[in-house]
Design a protein around this ligand. Structure first.
Ligand SMILES: C[S@@+](CC[C@H](N)C(=O)[O-])C[C@H]1O[C@@H](n2cnc3c(N)ncnc32)[C@H](O)[C@@H]1O
Length: 250
């Protein structure tokens, strides 16, 4: 197993990154985080992707988006509001800024791109390093027990996207789970309906048990005030879709 997800072509290749926003629009995570950001003078988004959230909150506060994928950051910079934010090409575990933030977020299951425990611990250390004393953090990671990946089959995942220049895009996934490591490898395929042109990438993500998360958060000097089970604010249970800790420094 390697931590090569920062080289994931799904995010690093502009030809694939161009489909990200069509596939992942504004959702409950962004709405939830905008609510949290109301009290924050400064916000850091780790694994910010195409910067939808950061650009939305940038006009009213200091907003920084960090992501290792230059192709995603290029979309972030050029979206409306993107010129009012700061964008940094960086891995979540390696980022070290002088600045501290009132709110640090990591949405879209970006935490799951961290495949090893070392990489996860490094990202949590980055969060602890950059929080103000009263600052809050929040991130999401899918509950392994929910086995959401089982639905990422070509049949169940087929969807149609509307690209402004290429027209209809047929998109689907395929998936395999390594039983030894629990790492899920999934393929993402985009086919331009008119020309048949294909764009494909293979990505890997980790699914982390809640007790492991608890231990790593504590070791990083982070306290959890509330565990949510989804971005609608449902309580976290054994059958929740996600684990979403909201907290601050111990
Ligand atoms: C599913 S996207 C989520 C993007 C955005 N947070 C959202 O909610 O739409 C996952 C993002 O994690 C980024 N990523 C991959 N490896 C990373 C790492 N080591 N540190 C930080 N971000 C990483 C990818 O480049 C990608 O932009």
């Amino acid at each position: 197993m390697t931590d090569s997800t920062s080289k994931d072509r799904l995010y690093q290749d502009p030809a694939l990154a161009q489909f990200y926003d069509l596939n992942n629009g504004w959702g409950d995570a962004q709405t939830f985080c905008v609510g949290l950001a109301q009290d924050a003078k400064s916000v850091l988004d780790l694994g910010c992707g195409t910067g939808m959230l950061v650009a939305a909150i940038a006009p009213d506060r200091e907003a920084v988006g960090a992501d290792p994928a230059a192709a995603m950051l290029e979309i972030a910079r050029t979206r409306p509001g993107g010129d009012q934010a700061t964008w940094i090409e960086a891995d979540a575990g390696a980022l070290r800024l002088e600045q501290r933030f009132d709110l640090i977020v990591m949405t879209g299951n970006a935490f799951q791109t961290l495949l090893s425990e070392d990489a996860q611990r490094a990202a949590l250390a980055t969060i602890a390093h950059h929080l103000t004393p009263q600052g809050r953090f929040i991130f999401d990671t899918r509950n392994p027990e929910d086995e959401d990946w089982r639905t990422w089959t070509p049949e169940a995942s087929l969807r149609h996207l509307a690209h402004p220049r290429l027209g209809r895009i047929d998109a689907w996934n395929d998936v395999a789970r390594d039983t030894a490591t629990g790492i899920v490898t999934y393929q993402t395929h985009y086919r331009v309906a008119q020309s048949g042109q294909m764009f494909s990438a293979a990505s890997q993500i980790a699914f982390t048990a809640r007790d492991r998360l608890c231990a790593m958060l504590a070791d990083a000097g982070l306290r959890v005030d509330h565990w949510y089970g989804d971005w609608l604010g449902s309580p976290c249970t054994e059958v929740s879709a996600s684990f979403i800790p909201l907290g601050g420094l111990q």
